[in-house]
Design a protein. Structure first.
Length: 459
């Protein structure tokens, strides 16, 4: 393969594309990497399976010398002086960072509409959203603007857009991938993860970015990081559980797609059962309280002094802070900072934040019980079909509620893989996810690969 020609073709695709998947793409930066990779190949320095692979990066992951905006006015011109650990690992493995992708501001949202750069259009039907918040990364892969991408998943932001864009996305077990250099939204919930058109590429990228990092003390020293070995192991004897609550109230087309997928897993040799996941009742509420509480603290650093944007005119320090933050953040982000500050304030802390933390513990315990019974959980990536651009952004609560199938996974620190399982009546993909117990990625990879290989038979 001629890496240079290949990368130039991708750059051309990006230039021609009209789906607004990228925030920036610096050709000089890309071509400098191509030269470095060619040299590395000559010197036989690379051993990974992703040498020369063009990878798009969500714009909340720091890239040294390359703008990292979080799709926010606050960081519009921010150029990090260091790279995230995941970026360093990709570069060391010989991958090529092809550009930075669109997202909801600070990863807050489910449609990529909450971006100062505007929504990313769904590559399958441009009138619809690509999902969010990693919509740019998923759409870029789906539209052949990159072979793979990185996203971040705090409450579903890799899986839900992967579903809507018809690509594969993995949210790893909490502690598997370093968050060093990921601009924090809700630190206790989020993980960086890979996105690709197929399970194999996705797993190959995951192998490169995973593993203990001394710059992130929450990373775990795992022994079983050779995920690609699981690909071909099959699923004979697997027990898969489908939570009734995740399909009962789902859109009819989503429900049918999951029922059909469950049948296909049975044909592939798994036992499928339906069960009650009571955690569903309070997962969204607990998630939004915890995520907003952490966001209010994490985003306090954007004050016009230490980072990014500062307002033009002010008469006092206090006014400078107020105007900077009022002008620098979009409404949704401000709403969450306010909510988070409220639930952490004296007199309300016990009633909201502590209660949410208790709910989180209960959710984790319930999953622990469920995984004594099942190898995997099969669920939709979203209970609703992809919305038309401009629709869901009008109703924040409706948008929050649409995260019901993904947020509990993050509260419990579980891994999950998302991939398409059908198309809706608007020609937009419908996603399914397989959730595994902590540190059991191999099981979901086995099942996803088997499903991907056999899917053609059922379509
Ligand atoms: N939609 C969820 C939220 O807005 C999840 C976002 C994410 O995973 N980054 O918080």
């Amino acid at each position: 393969m001629d890496i240079e020609k290949n990368i130039l073709a991708y750059l051309e695709n990006i230039k021609k594309s009209n789906i607004n998947a990228f925030i920036s793409c610096d050709e000089d930066y890309v071509m400098a990497q191509v030269s470095a990779v060619k040299k590395g190949i000559e010197e036989k320095r690379f051993t990974s399976k992703i040498v020369g692979m063009p990878i798009a990066i969500k714009d909340n992951i720091c890239t040294k010398g390359l703008k990292t905006t979080c799709a926010s006015k606050m960081l519009k011109d921010y150029v990090p002086s260091y790279s995230a650990t995941v970026i360093e690992r990709l570069i060391k493995a010989g991958a090529i960072i092809i550009g930075k992708t669109n997202m909801d501001e600070f990863a807050m949202g489910s449609t990529t509409e909450n971006s100062i750069f505007g929504a990313t259009k769904n590559p399958h039907n441009n009138e619809y959203v690509s999902g969010g918040s990693s919509g740019g990364s998923c759409a870029a892969v789906a539209a052949n603007l990159a072979v793979a991408a990185l996203g971040s998943d705090t409450g579903g932001s890799i899986r839900q857009p992967a579903g809507y864009c018809g690509v594969v996305g993995i949210k790893p077990t909490y502690g598997t991938v370093s968050r060093y250099g990921l601009i924090a939204y809700a630190s206790s919930l989020e993980q960086v993860g890979p996105i690709a058109t197929n399970v194999t590429d996705c797993v190959n990228v995951l192998e490169v970015i995973s593993g203990r990092d001394k710059k992130d003390s929450t990373t775990v020293n795992r022994s079983n990081l050779a995920f690609s070995k699981a690909l071909t192991l099959g699923i004979k004897g697997f027990k898969i559980g489908v939570p009734r609550q995740y399909i009962e109230d789902a859109d009819e087309e989503v429900k049918n797609a999951i029922l059909e997928t469950a049948k296909n897993f049975e044909k592939l040799g798994a036992v499928v059962e339906y069960f009650d996941l009571h955690a569903t009742d309070y997962a969204v509420a607990a998630y939004y309280i915890i995520a907003c509480a952490e966001a209010s603290s994490n985003l306090s650093r954007f004050d016009g002094v230490r980072y990014g944007y500062r307002t033009d005119k002010y008469d006092s320090l206090d006014e400078m802070y107020k105007k900077t933050r009022s002008e620098g953040f979009l409404d949704e982000t401000k709403r969450r900072i306010l909510l988070g500050t409220f639930v952490l304030s004296e007199g309300y802390y016990d009633a909201y934040y502590m209660k949410a933390m208790k709910a989180k513990a209960v959710i984790k315990e319930e999953f622990d019980r469920v995984f004594k019974q099942y190898d995997l959980i099969l669920a939709p990536t979203s209970p609703i079909k992809a919305s038309k651009i401009g629709e869901l952004i009008k109703d924040s609560v409706k948008m929050y509620l649409s995260d019901v199938c993904t947020v509990a996974t993050n509260l419990a620190g579980l891994p999950a893989i998302a991939m398409p399982c059908a198309k809706d009546s608007n020609n937009v993909p419908i996603g399914m996810q397989l959730i595994a117990d902590r540190f059991n990625e191999h099981k979901m990879i086995q099942a996803a690969y088997t499903f991907e290989k056999e899917r053609a038979i059922y379509e």
